[in-house]
Design a binder for this molecule. Structure first.
Ligand SMILES: Cc1cc2nc3c(=O)[nH]c(=O)nc-3n(C[C@H](O)[C@H](O)[C@H](O)COP(=O)(O)O)c2cc1C
Length: 182
């Protein structure tokens, strides 16, 4: 666990800095995120890899298969929550986000171009959607991908630090930054 940061502004910056590191470092505990969505009066959650972080635009990005059930859920209900925990930092982050799925256009094309010759491309080339029963499937892959980008606009960050000398919690949102009870 690193030394404690005292100012709220520096904590907010450190959160974004760690998120940026996590997007590029598969070993970072925040590289894999729990993404929770709501649908039809119910809720769902799944692990996703954090791919991009842009503090300036207040955005994160994930990659997915455009046919996966979460894409329809996001269209029906864009409000979502992201959950990160790092034992190394002693930090939990809970982000309220608004999700948008982008399936075509220059943003998607540019990212697909970077991915298409890597082993990760196979994740988006299956001829059947994620969640389909496996029995009786033709194993041949489709010749074009179903790659999509899920953009997450961050609305609030709830930061919790667990520490032997006392836990701390702070919220960063449209009302500003403030300490709250852990
Ligand atoms: C370590 C790990 C990383 C994953 N990363 C992604 C990802 O980046 N994008 C994705 O769509 N699914 C990812 N998945 C699979 C999802 O958790 C989920 O099983 C799948 O996307 C179907 O979710 P849905 O039914 O909610 O659409 C990952 C799963 C694990 C265990």
């Amino acid at each position: 666990m690193m030394g404690r940061i005292e100012s709220l502004g520096m904590i907010q910056s450190a959160c974004w800095r760690e998120l940026e590191r996590a997007a590029h470092d598969r070993g970072h505990e925040w590289h894999h995120v729990a993404v929770a969505t709501a649908h039809d009066g119910g809720a769902d959650v799944r692990t996703m890899a954090l791919r991009e972080v842009n503090e300036h635009d207040n955005r994160l990005a994930f990659f997915t298969d455009s046919r996966s059930p979460k894409v329809a859920q996001v269209l029906a209900c864009p409000q979502a929550a992201l959950l990160f925990w790092s034992a190394a930092l002693g930090w939990q982050l809970r982000l309220k986000v608004r999700l948008t799925t982008v399936t075509d256009g220059p943003q998607v094309a540019a990212r697909w171009e970077q991915l298409r010759h890597t082993s990760a491309a196979a994740d988006y080339l299956s001829p059947v959607p994620p969640g389909s029963p496996l029995q009786g499937l033709d194993p041949q892959r489709a010749d074009r991908g179903h790659f999509a980008v899920i953009q997450a606009r961050v609305q609030s960050i709830d930061w919790l630090e667990l520490h032997p000398t006392g836990h701390r919690r702070a919220v960063f949102d449209e009302h500003g930054m403030r300490w709250v009870c852990p």
